[in-house]
Design a protein around this ligand. Structure first.
Ligand code: CP3
Length: 354
């Protein structure tokens, strides 16, 4: 399967953008910058748009999802939009009983603990184009409004989705999922295979509908030992990454606390590795052999520090980022809801002026 002729990477709208250039391993003239969770509670216009609408309903309303996606692009002049959705959206679309509780995160009606439970997920049927229609419509609408600014599509990696599904909600150390991996390897492998299919379909749909790049969030992979990651999770993530890269878009692979997994996450089949704030970029680049484009890694905590402190931190990151072939400035994790949005705007201007 190839991209349609009117895709922004094919018709040339985004192929020479700073983001796509950097993701492809070449240092562009302008320093690209965007923020994970740039659309969200830090923006008053987001809070107004979301008033009275449940999180997952807003994701599945193409007009609203598109409007929320565009808000940070208008306000901050970031170099990319990231589609407003959530990692559990594909689960909801196949009929899993999942909701997002404000201030908590994804919560499930029934946790997945056995091979029979995984079979019940499979019995829900595939995530086909009909079920994905609201996502494709939201992306298409957004891309039409973005012009030469690329849209990033995203999905949750199989382990991070499993960390929620097995626990039935958010957890601290993802013990239930890590236990299942060892207690019932057959159930675990079946769950990884299923989440890879659903997540892959969700990500490919965003790319076919017009996303110029993709990011796989394995946010909680940092809870895993390297051996467990490589043996129990990376094969399923590789399947998702390969399916998207086959469409011809660059793919970013990101996790939190994954300093020990950077090489394994690159080797799973990513073009770009996202680095959280714990490992300096020059150190991350050295671990990766100096040949992998990087994304990151402003500490979100410093968004609340006095400007000179934040500015020095950002300058240091940009300097260290020069040890990689190319670098997209971002945070080491998502924008905290209490962030002053003017700080983000100022940070974008700083990156562009340096
Ligand atoms: O980055 C962006 O601007 C795109 C939007 C985006 C959301 N979720 C919207 C959202 C992205 C990329 C995600 C991915 C996501 N969702 C991840 C991976 C990234 C990461 O942060 O590690 C994870 C682990 C989730 C699961 C999830 N969904 C959590 C932990 C929460 C927060 C719960 C809370 O209220 O604090 C959500 C809800 C969610 N997803 C919100 C947003 C804007 C907050 C909803 C609200 O406004 O109340």
């Amino acid at each position: 399967m190839t991209l349609p002729a009117q895709h922004p990477l094919v018709d040339g709208r985004t192929s020479a953008s700073a983001l796509v250039t950097a993701y492809s391993g070449t240092r562009p003239d302008r320093q690209p910058v965007w923020f994970m969770r740039q659309a969200g509670r830090s923006l008053p216009e987001y809070r107004a748009s979301r008033a009275g609408v449940a999180m997952l309903d807003s994701c599945l309303d193409p007009e609203l999802a598109s409007e929320i996606t565009l808000q940070p692009v208008r306000r901050h002049d970031v170099d990319a939009a990231i589609f407003f959705s959530d990692i559990v959206v594909p689960l909801r679309l196949v009929g899993v009983d999942v909701d997002i509780k404000p201030g908590v995160g994804p919560v499930f009606g029934t946790p997945v603990r056995t091979l029979d439970d995984v079979q019940r997920l499979r019995d829900l049927g595939p995530l086909d184009d009909e079920r994905l229609a609201p996502v494709a419509a939201g992306v298409a609408r957004t891309v039409a409004a973005l012009g030469s600014t690329p849209l990033i599509g995203f999905a949750g990696a199989p382990f991070t989705l499993a960390a929620y599904l097995v626990e039935g909600g958010p957890s601290r150390d993802h013990l239930a999922a890590r236990r299942l991996m060892h207690a019932d390897p057959a159930a675990w492998d079946a769950l990884m295979a299923w989440t890879a299919e659903v997540s892959g379909a969700f990500l490919r749909a965003q790319v076919r509908a017009g996303a110029s790049a993709a990011q796989l969030f394995d946010s909680w992979a940092g809870a895993l030992s390297k051996a467990d990651y490589v043996r129990g999770c990376a094969p399923a993530s590789s399947q998702v990454l390969a399916g998207v890269r086959a469409l011809g878009v660059p793919v970013v692979h990101f996790g939190v606390g994954t300093g020990e997994l950077l090489v394994a996450m690159r080797d799973a089949g990513a073009d770009v590795v996202g680095v959280d704030y714990r490992v300096p970029l020059d150190e991350a680049s050295a671990r990766l052999g100096g040949a992998t484009p990087l994304q990151g890694n402003v500490d979100p905590a410093l968004l609340g520090a006095p400007w000179p402190v934040l500015e020095a931190h950002v300058r240091d990151i940009l300097e260290r980022g020069r040890s990689a072939p190319s670098h997209v400035l971002n945070l080491g994790h998502g924008v905290p809801p209490e962030t002053d949005p003017d700080v983000l705007t100022r940070l974008v201007a700083l990156a562009h002026e340096l």
